[in-house]
Structure formats: structure tokens, C-alpha cells
Write a protein that binds this ligand. Structure first.
Ligand code: GTP
Ligand code: MG
Ligand code: ZN
Length: 293
């Protein structure tokens, strides 16, 4: 019996990182019968079938602390939300949606603004300032120039972190730049071999040091949060928190109610555009709830 972590699952094989190295295993039939699907990040027990060739059988999956859906990974500590200062331009609506998802999953959060070498007028600094004021850690980087790599590595220590963000912002490039020796597929490599963009596909846990893992994930460009109830949305806007219980109406959701303590802060501690994005997402959720009725 050995304990370990599933680092990769491909074609019915699960690869388990243990203290005696990485074992290739198949899952016991019982999991399928019980409707349990082994997931990258799972803590598991395996029995060794072939010590020399590192083959085994996946026998037991320990209970999960949490489960992300996209990428499909369990037991994640932290979301590293990556956006580019330029190309593609920052989409703050999408950034807020990534933040909401991570807040809802109760993950620690780091925001990374990459490709700062592309933004000569340093407009990204305004964005960094806004999100730092809200209380988020923001790291400004250039994977290309090697800027901010120390700080990034520091933020990843002793955790399982998932890199998330739109396609083409440099998630894979950042991981490659921060950890020489790892080589992940990036958009650039594929341009050289002329076979279309070689972007990230399946989830894989990459060990960067003892107790530290990262998961690269494929980017996506829109994010619909249909599973968050509209009346809960305000809990995930961190900067609303001090005011939420000070509104006149019990259960105020800070959209149309009078004497709203949150609305009173707009343009002060609450950024006007962030509030507008809140209302926008709130209405989207509300509409979806109406439709489902
Ligand atoms: N100028 C500049 N270009 C960068 C930087 N980081 C990445 N790039 C380029 O941006 C392109 C996309 O980078 P990737 O690392 O593949 O982006 P990704 O976020 O992993 O993309 P997906 O896997 O599709 O989600 C590549 O051509 C990189 O060379 C940077 O800091 N500055
Ligand atoms: Mg990638
Ligand atoms: Zn209110």
C-alpha cells in the first residue's frame, strides 16, 4: 500500500506521485460502479503490482476538500488568475467572473497581470491598484522579460495552485519562465512548427517543489456563472462586505432599494465600474432564474 496524489489521467490510466516515484495505475472497477471518477488532485491509496516498472492499482480515493469543474481538479488551495496587460486586452468583466468563481470555491486568490512589456503607457497599473485596494494580491509580470518571477514563485510555495484565465494571456509561458526545466506547450511553439496553436488541453498536476504543485489549464473567453444564486452574489464582492448589513432593508441586494449602504459607497470605497459589473452579473443571474421557473 502506497499513498500519493493523482497528477495526471489519460486514457484510463492514472499517474500517482508517491514517495517511491510516479506509478502508472488503473482504477479498480468499484469506482465506476459507485459513480466515482478519479480526479487530478485526489489523494489516493494504491497497491503496487510491479515495483520495477512502477505499475499499480488505484484502490482508494480519500475524501476531497473541494472540486473544481473547469479544470477538473480536486483539493486546490489557490487560484492564480492570469490576464494580459495587452494582447489580448484586459477584460475586467471576465476578471470579475473568475474572481467570483474562486471566491465561491473559497480558494486563496492571486491576480497576475502578464505581458506588462506590451503596455508602454502602464495602464495596467490602474487595474493593479484597484484590485489591491479591494484586498487582492496582484503580481505584475512579463514572462517574456522575466519580470516578477521571484514574486510569482513565492506566491506558489506550499500550495496546490491552478492557473486560470483567458486563452493567450501567457499562463503556460509564465510557468515555463518561472520554472526552467518544465516545458509546457505554448502558443509560440506551435507557431514555429506551423500546426496551429498548441495550447493547453488536459489538466495535469506539476510538482514544482516539495508540497507545491501547479495546474496549467486551457484558457476560455467567456464564463457564465449560472450556479450562483443571484441573492448570494453580493457576498463574493469583497469590498461590499463592510456595508452589506448596514442597509435599511433586510436582504437588500443593493440594486433598486433606497437607503442602501453599499450604493452610498459608490465612487468612494466602492469603484463605480466594479459596482456596474455587479449589477450586470446580478441581472444576468436573475434573468436565468426567471427563465428556469
Ligand atoms: N510580449 C509578451 N508575450 C508573451 C508574454 N507571455 C506570453 N507571451 C506570448 O503570448 C502567447 C500565448 O502564450 P501562452 O503561454 O501559450 O498562453 P496561455 O495563456 O497558456 O494560452 P492557452 O493555453 O491557450 O490558454 C505566446 O505567443 C507567448 O509567447 C509576455 O510576458 N510578453
Ligand atoms: Mg496554455
Ligand atoms: Zn444595500
Amino acid at each position: 500500500m502506497l499513498e500519493g496524489v493523482i497528477v495526471k489521467g489519460i486514457g484510463g490510466f492514472y499517474y500517482i506521485d508517491t514517495e517511491s516515484g510516479v506509478f502508472e495505475t488503473r482504477a479498480r472497477g468499484i469506482f465506476r460502479k459507485e459513480g466515482v471518477r478519479p480526479t487530478v488532485g485526489d489523494h489516493v491509496r494504491i497497491s503496487v503490482l510491479d515495483e520495477e516498472n512502477k505499475k499499480g492499482s488505484l484502490d482508494e480515493i480519500m475524501s476531497r476538500r473541494n472540486e473544481l469543474i473547469r479544470p477538473k481538479v480536486s483539493n486546490v488551495d489557490q487560484a492564480v488568475i492570469v490576464f494580459a496587460a495587452k494582447s489580448p486586452n484586459m477584460n475586467l468583466d471576465l476578471l470579475d467572473r473568475f474572481l467570483l468563481l474562486a471566491e465561491e470555491q473559497e480558494l486563496e486568490i492571486v491576480i497576475v497581470i502578464n505581458k506588462i512589456d506590451r503596455d508602454g503607457s502602464k495602464e495596467y497599473e490602474e487595474v493593479a491598484k484597484l484590485y489591491r485596494q479591494i484586498g487582492y494580491a496582484v503580481i505584475c509580470t512579463s514572462a517574456e522579460m522575466g519580470i516578477g518571477m521571484e514574486e510569482l514563485r513565492g506566491a506558489l510555495e506550499n500550495k496546490i495552485s491552478v492557473f486560470a484565465g483567458p486563452s493567450g494571456v501567457g499562463k503556460s509561458s509564465l510557468i515555463n519562465a518561472a520554472y526552467a526545466g518544465l516545458t509546457l506547450n505554448t502558443g509560440e511553439i506551435s507557431e514555429k512548427i506551423q500546426r496551429g496553436r498548441h495550447t493547453t488541453r488536459h489538466a495535469e498536476l506539476i510538482c514544482i517543489s516539495e508540497n507545491s504543485y501547479i495546474v496549467d489549464s486551457p484558457g476560455f473567453t467567456s464564463l457564465f456563472l449560472n450556479h450562483i444564486p443571484s441573492e448570494k452574489l453580493h457576498y463574493y464582492f469583497k469590498e461590499f462586505e463592510p456595508f452589506i448589513n448596514k442597509c435599511y432593508y433586510n436582504g437588500c441586494i443593493h440594486v433598486n432599494e433606497p437607503d442602501c449602504a453599499v450604493k452610498a459607497e459608490i465612487g468612494r470605497t466602492i469603484n463605480t465600474k466594479r459596482y456596474e459589473r455587479y449589477v450586470n452579473i446580478f441581472q444576468e443571474l436573475k434573468k436565468e432564474e426567471e427563465r428556469k421557473k
